[in-house]
Design a protein around this ligand. Structure first.
Ligand code: KG4
Ligand code: ZN
Length: 357
């Protein structure tokens, strides 16, 4: 998978949102070990991620987590050849923690620091386990902050086919869960409740499905539809556990159907016969099954990473960091940089001074 003959060992650091994650990988063995500390319990009571709390917690957790990881494998900082970190997109303060620590450690060890694009890392995550589609393929990248359909021509060459015009799919799950009085993150909470729901009781709209050449998504109307439904049922004192489960199922199905239909449309429009699903929402079983079922009819191959590599992790950052390293895309001036908004089709522009606030 990696071109280098010499063994290169890398530490990956992920702090773009509410997971502090670290990983060790080398070019011979692949993934050696990884650790994820989730801040879920910190943000749960707010029904979403509070950026300031996220940054403060990354500061507390990151160095001890790196220490734990290295000790667990009998590694020393001196064994590292490079350090990769998520430089964007994500929460500015949270990204800064990873960038400062990665660049600081790399500077003191006199090794390169390698900035990584978080969504590219999600897209390459199936490679951690050797699962990969032949190129070109279509990637559905679905996370808390992004919903993208990307045509992967070759590694590093990405064409953006479609994106959400408002809420991301994960955001739709999280906001829907909040309306139903469930915890954060909303995706797993809705999926679990939906298991006891009745599929015939409610139906929510699938938005932007009629436009046959448009690969963009929209989820905010769906959230509004759920809000009115919940309000109406509450007023009539009919919002029981049973109706909540029925609503959760109808809501989950509407999100999954939209994602599957647009991916199918992307397959039809491009003629590409291979699809990967990645990002936190890619952990959703209905999405995985429904995509496989629907696209199997067209002989399209569908792959996705294991759940642990679908949601935020640093193994994908280490992997993408190694590829970047081999392409010479690294930082030896130790400039602390973050790109909170960084489009996946503009990855290379980082090396020519993008200015994205
Ligand atoms: O990729 P990710 O871990 O973090 C970001 O980069 O945003 O994605 C987090 C998102 C959250 O919105 C969460 O609700 C959603 O992924 N998610 C799920 C499931 N597991 C996580 N959504 C639906 N079903 C799941 N099983
Ligand atoms: Zn992510």
């Amino acid at each position: 998978m990696f071109k280098s003959k010499k063994k290169l060992c890398i530490l990956g650091i992920e702090t773009s949102c509410d997971e502090t994650a670290v990983a060790l990988m080398d070019t011979i063995e692949g993934l050696i070990a990884h650790k994820v500390f989730s801040q879920v319990s910190l943000h749960n009571k707010y029904g979403g991620v509070v950026p300031e709390l996220a940054s403060r917690d990354h500061i507390k957790k990151l160095l001890p987590l790196i220490d734990d990881l290295l000790k667990s494998q009998d590694f020393k900082l001196g064994d590292l050849d490079a350090i990769a970190y998520t430089a964007g997109p994500g929460l500015a303060g949270a990204l800064l923690v990873g960038s400062v620590i990665a660049n600081g450690l790399a500077f003191s060890l006199e090794i390169p620091a390698i900035p990584v694009h978080h969504m590219e890392a999600h897209l390459l995550a199936p490679l951690i386990e050797g699962k990969y589609s032949e190129m070109p393929f279509i990637a559905l990248l679905v996370s808390g902050g992004h919903t993208l359909l990307v045509q992967v021509n070759e590694r590093g060459s990405y064409t953006l086919l479609g994106k959400t015009l408002d809420d991301a799919a994960g955001e739709a799950f999280d906001k829907g869960a909040k309306l139903l009085g469930l915890g954060y993150p909303g995706g797993p909470a809705i999926a679990e409740l939906a298991q006891s729901g009745d599929s015939e009781t409610y139906h929510f709209p699938r938005l932007m499905m009629k436009e046959k050449h448009n690969l963009n998504f929209s989820f905010s109307g769906l959230k509004t539809a759920l809000m009115y439904k919940v309000k109406g049922l509450k007023n009539k004192e009919l919002l029981t556990d049973k109706t909540k489960a029925d609503l959760a199922l109808a809501y989950e199905k509407a999100i999954v159907d939209s994602l599957v239909q647009k991916t199918e449309l992307a397959v039809n429009l491009t003629g590409i016969q291979s699809v990967i699903i990645a990002g936190g929402v890619g952990a959703n079983n209905k999405l995985r099954n429904s995509m496989r079922q629907k696209l199997a009819e067209k002989d399209v191959k569908v792959s996705y990473p294991s759940v642990e590599f679908c949601t935020d992790n640093a193994a994908m950052i280490a992997l993408t960091g190694l590829f970047n390293y081999q392409k010479g895309m690294h930082n030896i001036d130790y400039k602390i940089e973050v790109h909170p908004r960084w489009s996946i089709d503009k990855i290379d522009q980082r090396f020519h001074g993008i200015n994205d606030g």
